[in-house]
Every structure is written in structure tokens, then in C-alpha cells.
Ligand binder design. Structure first.
Ligand SMILES: *[C@@H]1O[C@H](CO)[C@@H](O)[C@H](O)[C@H]1NC(C)=O
Ligand SMILES: *[C@@H]1O[C@H](CO)[C@@H](O)[C@H](O)[C@H]1NC(C)=O
Ligand SMILES: *[C@@H]1O[C@H](CO)[C@@H](O)[C@H](O)[C@H]1NC(C)=O
Length: 434
């Protein structure tokens, strides 16, 4: 074969693949709108598909009285061509689900639906009959408020739906809490639908599947936090994944000077049984490390509102007879101990401790540096403990080789000192994105 023939063949191949590879509209949207804002229109980006792939267009409306959840996904697909189709998965009045799906290869950007008009008629916002059943009505990607809005149902609807829709695929991954009016009872909003375009849909109606928990972190220093209860409330709420429970974790570290209290509230991984426990990981005469962990499974049950849950079970500090050993004492989250105070250790102390504990989990990441008194034979504060409540813990004792995979103290802690933040540190500074 001559080089010219080979080039010609290559040229043909390249031309062919250029014909076959499509450019499609690309984009996703998943958002709740006031029904009065519909119909909507939109613009999208583009993407180049692999050879042989088509363009897909999916629009889904979940309509619930005054609100509509709009889901759009567009992009390349391996699915076969499919005529544009409007499907009423659950007809109104009351809760309704309707979709538009289309797969095409006839031209670039053929997935060109640009508004919700094909699915939206003004009649679908018909006013409900003034009398009859009332249902809590909600459409939310967070929780439905416990004392939510009760709205009258359209005439003839006698059942209240209370569930969660799980949507996955086509770049959409979401849980949608739904409460509203239906003609029939039970957990059957989807009416047998399992897929809408590339999106797999499921529903669950057991309240255990959409538990809402209090959520947030709190770090607090203070001379008295190991003796006097301090407030432990958080402003956030979080809807947990299916099967998860609520948890609250409180950790106290006291080296005899400026103790630290770390609190976390949120979801506990699925399969965790309900329980309440307190632990004394390390105690007098040396550094005190103690924790409280509570797991429960009803809405907002992680609601201990002050630190007495832990303090009440600590051994009362009998005035310790001072020994002869003196150690620097310090608990800090700024990478190093800023202002250790040299203290006289209680009788029985045999050496000084210096190290740090890395805390991660529940949206929190911090390295707590610790110096204080210690009694033989203990060298470690945490022994082999790897978790304190929802927090993963990793202790590094100075002078011992750091365990493999240890993380260096985070630089943003030093940055916080520069900003001169107060010593009560809240989530927002410390929180990692979930
Ligand atoms: C929806 O919009 C209408 C008119 O703009 C307004 O009166 C109504 O309060 C809104 N409803 C909700 C739930 O925001
Ligand atoms: C449920 O689905 C069936 C078949 O898919 C359809 O004929 C019926 O109208 C749907 N019911 C409602 C209430 O939407
Ligand atoms: C702390 O909480 C307990 C119950 O959890 C309550 O009895 C007590 O009064 C609270 N103390 C303070 C100081 O808020």
C-alpha cells in the first residue's frame, strides 16, 4: 500500500468520525420553584459526544400545590433514539409528576427543548376546593418542617402523602422530601415509574428514611468548661441519608489550664444502634480526655442543650495533693501550644506529656496540641481509640515516630490566629464541605 493510499484511507476515516460524533446541549437543573414562576425557559452549554452517541433531553416536573420541583438533564447518551414524549407518571389534581424525554441523533444540538411549556398548562394550577381534607404540604431538598404548612386538598382527595423521592443519574443526585394531597393512600407517588430518561427514581415513606437531625460544630475554650455546663446548641438541621441516625458527640480535653470542649451534632452512619455512653479515655492525675456519644433515631433527638451530659458523669476532682513534678500545661488548636503555663502536677505524675490529636469527621477537621502531666505506665492519651463518637481521632506523641498516613497540622489554623478570632470557634471556620 502506498503512503498516499494510506493517507487517503485515514482521511476518509477522520471525515466519517466527524460526521458521526455529535455535539449536544449539556446541562442540569434541580430546583424548587413557586408555581407562579412557571413556565420557565433556559439556555444550556454544549458537549462533544463520543462517536455513535446521541443527545438526550429530560425535563421532569413534580408539582405540589403552590410549588414545583423542576429537574432538567441534557447531554450525550448511549441510549437509543426515542421520539419526544410527554408522560404523566402521576396525574393531578394533588401531587403530580410529569416528564418530557427525547433522544436524537439527527443533528447537532437536537436536544433543544428550551422551556417548560410542553409540560405546563395553567389549568394544572387550579385552585383547590375550599372544603375537605387538609394535608401538610412540602417540597424540599432539606427537611419538611415538623409544624409545616397545612393546605386544603383539591376536591375529592382524601389522602396525605409523606415520603422522600430519590433521583439519581444524568448528573442529578438528590433526595426530595414530599408531603401533599393524593387520591390514594400508601407509598405510591411514582405509580410504578422507575426511570425517567437517564434518572433512576425511587420513593420511601418510612419516617426512618428521612430523619432530620440537629447539625453543627462547636469548639470552646474556657477556664471553667470542665466544671460548669456551657450551652451546646446548634442552629443547623440536616436531613440524613436513608438508614442513618442522629448523633451528638462531646469531647473534653483538660490539661490543667484552659481546657477545650469540642461538640459535634449531625448524622450517624447507617446501622448505628441507639445508645448513650460516656468514656474517660485518660484521667487524673494526668491530662483528662473524656467524651459523650449519643445516637438516637427520631427527628431532632440529638438535642442535649448543654455540656452537663458529660460533666455530670466525670469523677469529682478531689483536690489533688501537689507532687514535685512540674510540666507545661496547654490545650490549643493553633498547631502549636501558644501559651503553656507551667503547673505543679498532682501527686502520682511521673512525666510530662507532649503531643497532638487530629480530629476529623462530621464536617470538622482540627489538630489539638496538648501538653500536660502524665503518670506511668501511660504514654498515650487515647491508647488505641480510633473514634470518639463521630470523630476519627489520631494521636501523635512527640518523640515517637508519627504513624503512617498522619496529616500535618492544617495551615489555616495558624491563619485564624492572624485574624485574631475569639476563642469560641464555630463551624464555618472549621467546617469542611460535606
Ligand atoms: C408564590 O408567588 C405568589 C405571587 O408571586 C406569592 O403570592 C406567593 O406567596 C408565593 N408562594 C410561595 C410559596 O412562595
Ligand atoms: C398510573 O400509571 C398507569 C400506567 O402507567 C396510568 O394509566 C395511570 O393513569 C397512572 N395513574 C395516575 C393516577 O396517574
Ligand atoms: C443542662 O441541661 C439539663 C438537661 O439536659 C438541664 O436539666 C439543666 O438545667 C441544664 N443546665 C443549664 C445550666 O442550662
Amino acid at each position: 500500500m502506498s503512503p498516499v493510499t494510506l493517507l487517503a484511507l485515514l482521511g476518509v476515516t477522520l471525515t466519517l468520525s466527524r460526521i458521526q460524533a455529535l455535539t449536544c446541549q449539556k446541562g442540569t437543573l434541580n430546583s424548587v420553584y413557586n408555581a407562579t414562576e412557571l413556565p420557565l425557559r433556559w439556555t444550556t452549554g454544549q458537549e462533544d459526544c463520543e462517536e455513535g452517541w446521541g443527545c438526550q433531553d429530560t425535563l421532569m416536573l413534580i408539582h405540589n400545590g403552590p410549588q414545583v420541583n423542576v429537574v432538567i438533564t441534557k447531554g450525550c447518551t448511549q441510549a437509543e433514539d426515542q421520539e419526544a414524549r410527554v408522560t404523566e407518571h402521576r396525574a393531578g389534581p394533588g401531587l403530580s409528576i410529569i416528564s418530557y424525554t427525547h433522544v436524537c441523533r439527527k443533528a447537532n444540538l437536537c436536544n433543544d427543548l428550551a422551556n417548560s411549556v410542553p409540560l405546563w398548562t395553567p389549568s394544572s394550577t387550579a385552585a383547590p376546593a375550599p372544603e375537605g381534607t387538609q394535608c401538610p404540604t412540602c417540597l424540599s431538598r432539606d427537611e419538611c418542617k415538623e409544624s409545616g404548612t397545612e393546605l386544603p386538598c383539591p376536591a375529592g382527595l382524601r389522602h396525605c402523602y409523606n415520603g422522600i423521592l430519590l433521583l439519581n443519574g444524568g448528573g442529578i443526585s438528590t433526595s426530595l422530601r414530599v408531603q401533599g394531597c393524593m387520591a390514594q393512600g400508601g407509598c405510591n407517588l411514582l405509580n410504578g415509574t422507575q426511570e425517567i430518561g437517564p434518572i433512576r427514581v425511587r420513593e420511601k415513606c418510612n419516617p426512618k428514611d428521612f430523619l432530620t437531625c440537629q447539625s453543627g460544630n462547636k469548639l470552646q475554650f474556657g477556664p471553667d468548661v470542665s466544671r460548669k455546663p456551657v450551652e451546646w446548641t446548634v442552629s443547623g438541621n440536616k436531613m440524613c441519608a436513608s438508614g442513618e441516625a442522629c448523633q451528638e458527640t462531646l469531647l473534653l480535653i483538660d490539661a490543667g489550664h484552659k481546657p477545650l470542649l469540642v461538640g459535634n451534632k449531625g448524622c450517624a452512619s447507617s446501622g448505628t444502634q441507639d445508645f448513650t455512653a460516656t468514656f474517660i479515655h485518660s484521667g487524673p492525675p494526668g491530662v483528662l480526655v473524656a467524651s459523650y456519644y449519643h445516637v438516637c433515631s427520631s427527628n431532632g433527638c440529638n438535642r442535649a442543650d448543654n455540656s452537663s451530659v458529660l460533666l455530670n458523669v466525670l469523677p469529682s476532682p478531689a483536690a489533688p495533693a501537689p507532687g514535685s513534678l512540674r510540666c507545661p500545661a496547654c490545650v490549643d488548636v493553633f498547631g502549636t501550644c501558644q501559651n503553656p503555663k507551667v503547673i505543679t502536677c498532682p501527686m502520682g505524675s511521673t512525666h510530662c506529656y507532649k503531643g497532638n490529636i487530629q480530629l476529623t469527621g462530621g464536617g470538622l477537621s482540627a489538630t489539638v496540641t496538648i501538653q500536660g502531666c502524665m503518670a506511668k505506665p501511660a504514654k498515650s492519651l487515647l491508647k488505641n481509640t480510633q473514634n470518639i463518637g463521630v470523630l476519627s481521632v489520631n494521636e501523635n506523641i512527640e518523640g515517637e515516630p508519627a504513624p503512617k498516613g498522619g496529616v500535618a497540622p492544617a495551615p489555616y489554623l495558624a491563619w485564624m490566629v492572624g485574624l485574631g478570632l475569639s476563642l469560641a470557634l464555630w463551624c464555618g471556620v472549621f467546617c469542611l464541605p460535606f
